[in-house]
Each structure stands twice: as C-alpha cells, then as structure tokens.
Design a protein around this ligand. Structure first.
Ligand SMILES: Cc1cc2nc3c(=O)[nH]c(=O)nc-3n(C[C@H](O)[C@H](O)[C@H](O)COP(=O)(O)O)c2cc1C
Length: 206
C-alpha cells in the first residue's frame, strides 16, 4: 500500500498511523532541564538521537503543547537557561521513566515525584538522574521549528552539544560499553517498547 501523509495517515486496513511503528527502535532521550526560577523538569522524548559525534551533538523534539496550552516545559526551560541533560533509561528505570511523562505544572519536580535521586552535573545546572547508567551534559545550540500539523500542532527540534559524559563504569567491559549490562530501553510503535540486551557484530567491507 502507499500512504500520502497529507491525505490520510491511516487508510484501511490501518487502525493507527504506522509512522512511529516504522521508525524503530527509537532511543529515549530522558531530558532534565531547569527553569530560570530553578524548577527541575524531567521528561522522556523518543524523537531523540545523536546527530554528530565530533563534537558530539544530540537532539530531542518537544512537540505539541503542555496541557496548560503553552510550550512544553522541556522547551521553555532549555530556551530560558541554555542547558539540558540526556539521561539514559535502562530496563530497571522503565517504569519511573514512564511516570515522568505526565504533564505537571512547571514548578513540579518530576524527578522527585518519580522517586528518583538527582545527582549534580559538572558543567551544567540541571541535575542528572543518579541511577541512570549514563548521562550527557548538553549546551543548547538552537531550536529548529518543524512544520506544524494541519490541525496546528507545533513541532520543534532542540539541538545541543554534549559537553560532559557520565558513565557508570560497571557497564564497561574490556574497554567497551557492554550492551547486555547497559540494557537501554527503546520506543517502538503504539505503546510498545524494546529492551536491547544483545547485539551482533559485522565488520565494514573497507
Ligand atoms: C516513551 C515516551 C516517549 C515520548 N516521546 C515524546 C517526544 O518525542 N516528543 C514529545 O513531544 N513528547 C514525547 N512524550 C511525551 C512527553 O514526555 C510529555 O509530553 C512530557 O510531559 C513532556 O512535557 P514537559 O516537557 O512539559 O515536561 C513521550 C512520552 C513517553 C512515555
């Protein structure tokens, strides 16, 4: 079948848009930010990825609006204070990560509400999730405004440079990060997730 997204994202026999089920698996950017007033925010974003590695850069996409009608806190805060932290969500943290997706008022600390301890960062003001096996401290570069939906739903891509990396050394074996110990959680389509705990190796042809 062929889909023209401008006409209909879920023609029969589809019950839902297949888009997110086809861009899989998506890493989850569990993003902590802080407002100018010092309020901490933590929220998951599966429109997240590394986009460059020297210097390392990542992006996340706070799309749509907060329940209060304004921009999501993760967009407001990064534009106000210029910093964010990517926290890696592993298998053990999956349920706490999910809890931090709830829309709370801006001065509500989702990290504390989810029962997560905060750890200070070295280079940026937002705290990191202490239990996360890895975290990137990021300096905001820019927001790219993406096309809005026909219904007027806004979309934004926030890009930042990674200026500090934390890794729990217990996931490092023989000098490399061991995926079976890291156990990152990834987003699939619908309400599905995957946990990555094994990989395979393939050498490049040249
Ligand atoms: C696994 C997961 C992935 C999500 N990915 C996105 C995303 O890529 N973009 C987005 O705008 N919201 C995403 N959400 C919803 C946000 O986490 C939620 O709207 C959150 O409250 C962000 O709002 P805040 O920045 O105001 O805290 C996701 C939720 C979950 C559970």
């Amino acid at each position: 079948m062929f889909i023209d997204p401008a006409i209909d994202m879920k023609p029969a026999p589809l019950r839902y848009s297949p888009f997110k089920a086809l861009v899989v698996p998506r890493p989850i950017g569990w993003i902590s930010t802080i407002s100018a007033a010092g309020d901490i925010n933590l929220a998951p974003f599966s429109f997240f990825n590394g986009v460059s590695d020297d210097p390392p850069c990542v992006m996340y996409c706070p799309n749509g609006t907060h329940r209060d009608g304004g921009p999501k806190d993760s967009l407001k805060n990064v534009q106000e204070t210029g910093e964010f932290v990517f926290n890696l969500c592993n298998w053990d943290l999956r349920e706490k990560m999910n809890r931090t997706a709830e829309h709370f008022p801006r001065d509500f600390d989702e990290m504390a509400a989810a029962g997560l301890d905060a750890a200070p960062c070295e280079m940026v003001a937002p705290p990191r999730v202490a239990a996360a096996p890895a975290a990137f401290e990021c300096r905001y570069i820019q927001t790219v405004d993406l096309p809005a939906s026909r219904a007027g739903r806004v979309a934004h891509m926030v890009i930042g440079e990674v200026i500090g990396i934390h890794i729990d050394e217990s996931v490092i074996v023989d000098g490399i990060v061991d995926i079976g110990l890291l156990r990152p959680v990834a987003r699939l389509g619908y309400t599905d997730y995957a946990v990555i705990d094994e990989g395979f190796t393939m050498a490049r042809p040249d």
